[in-house]
Design a protein around this ligand. Sequence first.
Ligand code: SPD
Length: 283
Amino acid sequence: MPIQFNEFYHEKTGLTIGLEKLLFSEQTDYQLVEVYETDTWGNLMTIDGMVMLSQKDEFVYHEMVAHPVMFAHPNPEKVLIIGGGDGGTAREVLRHPSVKHLDLVEIDEAVVRASKEFFPGVGAWGDARLNVLFEDGIAFVKAARAKYDVVIIDGSDPVGPAEGLFEKEFFQYCFDALKEDGVLSAQTESPWVADYHKSMKQVFDALNDVFTESDMYLGYIPLYPAGMWSFAYASKGIKVQAEDVLTRVEEGLSSFGNELKYYNKAVHQGAFALPNFVKEIIQ
Ligand code: SPD
């Protein structure tokens, strides 16, 4: 086993993480899933050589992909997560007491198995509201009609099985799967990685065409390429910075206790402020 994990995101430039031990390695029908013990970040899951989560920084991504969209909806009862097999996004969604049913559709059962064994505390696997399905997320959402209040796309990068999660057709299926006041969030890659700009623009063009509202927002995730990460918010009408949304954020968070480590009302407001070079990617 090498002593370092490297994710190169531009030629010879990338991210380096010190490794202690290989804990899990499985070439599935879809991808190579690996888990390492690292010297600094706790356990680390990679898929096809790209970082998915570490025990120490996973809270940023999972809180940010879940809470802005969950608080945007006035009463999220039925939620769908596409991907998200490590369970972290589900854990955040299930903090919301209004949620009655959560479908998590993960294509690769090895991701769930590895998470259960090596990332204790990431997935809320024991919650009776959670229904885990091992299916193709695109086919699943295509078959759903006006069923969900919230859809969250927690896929991996736009190469291999997740490529279709960045296409317009898929976002039309998501729109159709949402009820009339439905809201959606998705992970949309790092603004610093030029190779992904085309996919980012493709997603935001699709969201602009298909949904009424769409916005990009940002979070800071040390183990993702260059540390800056983008997300999409889209809705059939609810504006993510509306006063009633901000009131829900404030009231909802006070009922969570001090459980969140990244997201708060000021982060919700600030995350949607985009630097000029980021705006240009999607204009
Ligand atoms: N390059 C990282 C892309 C990661 C997107 N999904 C991460 C899964 C965490 N639930």
